[in-house]
Design a protein around this ligand. Structure first.
Ligand code: NAP
Ligand code: NAG
Length: 334
């Protein structure tokens, strides 16, 4: 007893030092990532047109991130092939892009949830036709759906999940396969797939399980394609943002006002960072610097704490989206 008391003062500084070293080693990669991120802003932006080609294809360019990314690409001198499911919205964005930036545009009417049906095959053929002979340098697979929002798996219609799977991952795969051959032929190109931090930066995203799972597919799809096509001059990247202030998250402002204010950039601000990141490795990135910071913070929080916080938070989304009656349908988890 007495001898162990005598040893304690000598032992504890060593104990603390090794803990501090361990902690520093643990945190170092994230701090490094943050600095690498900031360093990018000191470099001149890439000339995307010269590096990859004169045209870009953007899916879902009529609202939110896609709209801002399409406008930013046009500002940087790229012509655009715009793909979306609403004809009137497509015409509007095409006109806005042409009048603001004087680049060329083409539109492809395509409901991406129709992939792998005769109607989808027909639309895919129109996409192939539209990009045929064009020097397409950049493909941004942006279109995505989060509907039905926060729900237990058994609560939503199977059709809603199938639609999500079709738009978020199946269409991404088919559109990429349609645009890649031209890039391979020209030995240059960049593919940007919209993933989400919900599947990459945090261990779980309960009640948005299907959404996060489709985004995990997008991330893995991108990582492997990156390796597959790097030697062919094609840069594949998955951008995995936290919240961006689009209509997809507009209803969350009631539950997370402060977080959204601090960490959710407006789509235009997000798009500037997103376009700047095109062609800069690694294949998985969070272009906005506050998202990068969140990512680092998330990495140091223990998994059970994440899980608990997320479930609590997303249950509040569920109440918000689907009303208190839906909250009664399944006992609340404390
Ligand atoms: N906002 C965020 O916080 C956030 C965070 C992480 C990742 N993301 C991802 O970023 C991407 C863009 O999100 P956002 O927030 O900008 O969403 P948004 O405002 O809802 O825009 C989605 C775009 O995709 C189009 N789209 C939806 N379903 C389609 C379909 N079946 N066929 C063709 N086009 C379709 C929409 O067209 P219509 O306008 O005609 O419906 C719209 O142009 C998504 O992949 C999303 O998962 C967003
Ligand atoms: C990042 O997001 C913040 C808001 O969270 C925004 O104020 C800022 O302009 C964005 N900046 C960059 C460089 O991505």
């Amino acid at each position: 007893m007495a001898s162990s008391l005598r040893q304690e003062p000598a032992a504890s500084p060593a104990w603390f030092a090794s803990l501090a070293i361990l902690g520093a080693l643990y945190v170092a990669p994230f701090v490094f990532r943050l600095f690498a991120h900031l360093a990018l802003y000191l470099r001149r932006p890439k000339d995307l047109r010269r590096r990859y080609g004169a045209w870009a294809v953007v899916t879902g360019p009529t609202s939110g991130i896609g709209r801002s990314v399409a406008l930013e690409l046009a500002r940087r001198g790229l012509n655009l092939v715009l793909l979306d499911l609403n004809a009137a919205n497509l015409l509007e964005i095409a006109e806005t892009i042409r009048s603001r930036h004087g680049v060329k545009t083409k539109t492809v009417l395509f409901d991406l949830s129709s992939v792998a049906t005769p109607q989808g095959d027909e639309a895919m053929a129109r996409l192939r036709e539209a990009v045929e002979g064009l020097d397409v340098g950049v493909l941004v697979n942006n279109a995505g759906v989060a509907r039905p929002g926060a729900r237990y798996l058994h609560e939503a219609d199977v059709e809603a999940w199938v639609r999500m799977i079709k738009v978020n991952l199946w269409a991404v795969t088919e559109v990429t396969a349609a645009v890649l051959p031209g890039m391979v032929e020209r030995s240059r190109g960049a593919v940007v797939n919209m993933g989400s931090a919900s599947s990459e930066a945090i261990p779980s995203f309960p009640l948005y399980t299907m959404y996060a799972a489709t985004k995990r597919y997008v991330a893995q799809f991108s990582r492997s394609l990156y390796v597959e096509y790097r030697s062919k001059g094609i840069d594949v990247q998955c951008q995995a943002p936290f919240y961006v202030a689009t209509r997809m998250v507009s209803r969350l402002s009631e539950t997370s006002r402060l977080a959204l204010l601090l960490f959710a950039p407006a789509p235009d601000a997000y798009a500037r960072a997103a376009v700047r990141w095109i062609g800069h490795g690694p294949p998985l990135c969070a272009p906005n610097v506050s998202h990068q910071l969140l990512w680092c913070l998330a990495a140091v929080l223990p998994v059970p704490v994440h899980d608990w916080l997320r479930l609590r938070h997303n249950l509040r989304h569920r109440d918000l989206f689907h009303g208190p009656s839906s909250a009664r349908a399944v006992p609340k988890i404390k």
